[in-house]
Design a protein around this ligand. Structure first.
Ligand SMILES: [Mg+2]
Length: 407
């Protein structure tokens, strides 16, 4: 089998409201580039990637000369063609590789009549549990949705998500307001939902000392883990020596060199695997095998995906035996998706592994066109700027420059 063409289409899909994080915010939409890989056997594979609020279309099309004629079943050759680690110093293509690799696994599954996870060893589970992923939000344009900042607003939001989707683990995206306010919000959410698990993630914005101070204030709660409170392996090692909550990261262990350093330094207890950051579903699965053999905790990270990448996360979650925690997904913040059948549904806080061959999802071509047009109308956005604070930018570890509460 040979790859005959690659098509990349950038789409913007609206969020219910802009969601805020330590570096800025998602401006009311996710920008994703949808990849379709065509073969000489008529099988089309699907991939997806993001670009920090920008289109990645040209980067995907730029790889055509490498990939036309490539056998999509040759995944190891694909990796070395596109992201040899020393060549990658010049042309960092890991995330582009991920999108192409998703499509190749989709093609292989469709060709063989098996699911993508079967190519990784098969299913351990078919219902993948998710955490609620709570964000402070700006109001949407109409002012009817979003705008949560206060303890009462955030608790109400957590309860709504629990009632609507059945989440029993709740992740607070912090690092926006002063840590004292965020600790108050976090504690109130936990106290309102007894028996549920919680986790907090300020995107590494706090200093080690601030992280230790927050740890002392929340360590009595049923924490899954303390996710990237401060930045860097050494910072996390210092924190871990002074904190009783398991440490977790999706920022400083995103490749195998860093994973080896993590084993050596014992800085981090739980690794959040991202099918894009690690360079593909198979790469993330391999990292999961390493973590399992070394007894590190494993969770699944979300980088703001639509249904194609979500499918890769479900296949990853389906096949890792020791998935220790509910996965993350921004998915419930989206208003729509570009896959056939509309958005996947949560039931009791979990999403069912798609049943079809390959990744198990198909593109709704009308939706793809609709949201391609929406991207053309609205354009990219700057992930590391806050639409409500145009002159502001974040500085990791400064313990100041927090957003002000409106009330
Ligand atoms: Mg994180």
């Amino acid at each position: 089998m040979k790859i005959t063409d690659i098509k990349a289409t950038t789409v913007a899909v609206p969020l219910e409201a802009p969601i805020r994080h330590a570096n800025g915010c998602h401006w009311g939409r996710f920008i994703r580039t949808i990849v379709q890989v065509y073969t000489d056997e008529g099988i089309i594979g699907l991939g997806e990637m993001g670009g920090g609020g920008e289109s990645a279309e040209a980067a995907i099309h730029g790889l055509k000369s490498y990939l036309i004629g490539h056998d999509p079943m040759q995944l190891e050759q694909l990796f070395w063609k596109i992201c040899n680690p020393t060549a990658s110093l010049y042309n960092n293509r890991l995330q582009i590789h991920a999108a192409i690799e998703f499509a190749c696994l989709d093609i292989m599954g469709k060709k063989l009549g098996i699911q993508a996870c079967d190519l990784l060893g098969g299913t351990i589970r078919t219902q993948i549990p998710f955490a609620s992923y709570l964000f402070f939000r700006h109001p949407d344009e109409s002012g009817g949705i979003g705008g949560e900042e206060t303890v009462e607003q955030m608790v109400k939001h957590a309860l709504q998500l629990h009632q609507e989707h059945g989440f029993t683990s709740h992740k607070l995206k912090a690092g926006v307001f002063h840590p004292d306010h965020e600790v108050e919000v976090f504690r109130a959410i936990s106290e309102t939902l007894p028996g549920h698990r919680v986790r907090i993630d300020p995107n590494a914005i706090w200093s080690v000392e601030e992280s230790i101070r927050v740890a002392k204030a929340i360590e009595h709660l049923p924490n899954d883990y303390f996710e990237d409170p401060c930045y860097g392996m050494e910072a996390m090692r210092r924190l871990k020596s002074r904190c009783s909550i398991p440490t977790a990261t999706n920022t400083v262990v995103v490749n195998f060199e860093q994973l080896a350093a993590c084993f050596r330094t014992d800085a981090i207890d739980v690794i959040l695997l991202d099918t894009t950051f690690w360079g593909g579903l198979r790469q993330a699965w391999m990292a999961g095998v390493c973590c399992q053999k070394m007894n590190l905790g494993i969770s699944v990270h979300s980088s703001g995906e639509l249904g194609i990448q979500l499918a890769t996360m479900l296949h990853l979650g389906a096949t890792i035996p020791s998935l220790s925690f509910a996965a993350d997904a921004h998915y419930h913040h989206l208003k729509d998706d570009i896959i056939k059948g509309g958005k996947m549904k949560y039931q009791n806080g979990a999403i069912q592994l798609p049943e079809g061959p390959g990744l198990g999802v198909e593109i709704d071509e009308d939706k793809l066109k609709q949201y391609q047009e929406y991207f053309k109308e609205t354009g990219g956005y700057t992930y590391d700027r806050d639409m409500g604070r145009p002159d502001w930018f974040s500085i990791t570890g400064t313990n100041e420059r927090w957003a002000k509460l409106r009330v």
